[in-house]
Design a protein around this ligand. Structure first.
Ligand SMILES: NC(=O)C1=CN([C@@H]2O[C@H](COP(=O)(O)OP(=O)(O)OC[C@H]3O[C@@H](n4cnc5c(N)ncnc54)[C@H](O)[C@@H]3O)[C@@H](O)[C@H]2O)C=CC1
Ligand SMILES: O=C(O)C(=O)COP(=O)(O)O
Length: 387
């Protein structure tokens, strides 16, 4: 039985994909596999039995990726599975920041008992007049799964779109409308755009990237949308930019003690991925990734170990080894097999930064002796007999 712990609510359509060999009611301490959304895991004690964590979503800043890699715990996310939900929220955010629909609706609620509300409406409405997004310039910072959908949708809505992503993958570039203007210096976005939306992960290199210097370059009345992470925007600086009129509206998906009451901000309670469709997509992808890793040893969509996929094992045995990415370790692993008279029928080795992963399809199932010998090699972190 494989113990699975869910740190957040995970859509049942995903959990239903676990076979009877999985117990999805496990405690965290006893779990071999964990499913998580936004629960913060940095201070959690990671058990020796824990093999994998799947983030049903995109952002992994709530998970201690290096600590997991060091312990041979493979962390997965679900790239793109909630991107459309966030794209639709960004479109709504641009419209909410452009038309005072929230203020207008509040006025209606406040005047609901007025028998003459229809007449009063025609006088009051000028207070809620807005602007159109068609023809305006939108800057998209980060053109991954979400950014590219936002950019393409904005083109379809008649906006002029500037896109910035120095690490853009070739696949992502293929998906991007040719009408998106390729920006190589992010300052051009700050200087030129009426709307700016950010879609980068929270990393040391991106924290506070939208700061005072950025606001100083912007035009008065710029609208900022942040459905990525609060830490990307310097909150003191945006508070001041809202006061001065440099920024007209800040739409953020991340309430905190600073943003929650910020004048000029529209603050949403982290709803970007909260659609039935996105929750189902993420749960299905996360469970499939976990099962593929637990049952076959394959790594697909990991954020701390390399991709490594040998399909379903057709040999008599398969061993998977999480190890450090250091010289001579592969020859030590294969020597153990040779010394034990085991034939390696197929093998894969992949590395990612300081860590690597080897899978060996072998002529017999690895014995305890083989596992002990592999585990004692310096730099080997975790050895698993898959078959
Ligand atoms: N509000 C919500 O509920 C949700 C928020 N998110 C947030 O949105 C972020 C992006 O999500 P996805 O698009 O799915 O991720 P992704 O990994 O597909 O795209 C991120 C993009 O950012 C780019 N990037 C990294 N550093 C950059 C920099 N300094 N400047 C410009 N571009 C940079 C990368 O090259 C990549 O193309 C997530 O990391 C997460 O924090 C994601 C899903 C839901
Ligand atoms: O996928 C992401 O990065 C998100 O921010 C979504 O978070 P959630 O799964 O709604 O807690």
């Amino acid at each position: 039985m494989v113990n699975v712990n869910c740190l957040n609510n995970i859509a049942s359509v995903g959990l239903d994909l676990f076979s009877d060999d999985y117990n999805t009611e496990s405690s965290f301490e006893d779990a071999q596999a964990v499913l998580v959304r936004s629960a913060k895991m940095h201070d959690m004690e990671l058990g020796d039995n824990l093999l994998a964590i799947a983030r049903a979503g995109a952002g992994v800043n709530n998970i201690p990726l290096d600590k997991c890699a060091e312990s041979g715990i493979v962390v997965f996310n679900t790239p793109g599975a909630n991107a459309n939900a966030v794209k639709e929220q960004v479109l709504a955010a641009m419209l909410l920041a452009s038309r005072d629909l929230i203020g207008g609706n509040e006025w209606v609620k406040a005047n609901k008992d007025d028998a003459d509300i229809a007449k009063a409406t025609e006088k009051a409405k000028k207070a809620f007049a807005g602007q159109e997004i068609k023809g305006k310039k939108l800057g998209v910072i980060g053109l991954g799964a979400i950014g590219q959908l936002v950019a393409n949708a904005a083109i379809a809505l008649g906006m002029e779109v500037y896109g910035y992503d120095p690490y853009l993958s070739v696949n992502a570039a293929w998906n991007l409308s040719s009408e998106v203007k390729h920006i190589v210096n992010v300052e051009d976005i700050y200087k030129e755009c009426n709307y700016i939306t950010v879609h980068v992960p929270a990393l040391d290199s991106t924290k506070g990237m939208i700061n005072k210097e950025a606001f100083d370059m912007m035009q008065d009345g710029t609208i900022i949308i942040n459905c990525a992470r609060d830490v990307l925007v310097d909150e003191k600086a945006i508070g001041e930019a809202l006061k001065s009129g440099r920024v007209k509206k800040y739409v953020t998906d991340f309430p905190n003690p600073v943003t929650a009451g910020m004048e000029g901000a529209i603050v949403l309670p982290h709803l970007g991925a909260s659609t039935a469709e996105a929750e189902d997509n993420c749960a299905i992808m996360a469970v499939k990734e976990l099962r593929n890793y637990i049952e076959n040893g394959n790594i697909v969509n990991s954020v701390n170990y390399p991709a490594c996929d040998m399909g379903v094992c057709t040999s008599a045995g398969r061993v998977a080894v999480c190890h450090k990415n250091v010289p001579a370790i592969i020859s030590k692993i294969t020597s153990v097999m040779g010394d034990e008279g085991i034939n390696i029928e197929e093998m894969a080795n992949k590395s990612r930064g300081d860590y690597a992963y080897s899978m060996l399809d072998i002529s017999e199932s690895a014995s305890e002796t083989v596992v002990d010998k592999l585990a004692s090699i310096e730099g080997v972190i975790k050895v698993r007999v898959i078959k």
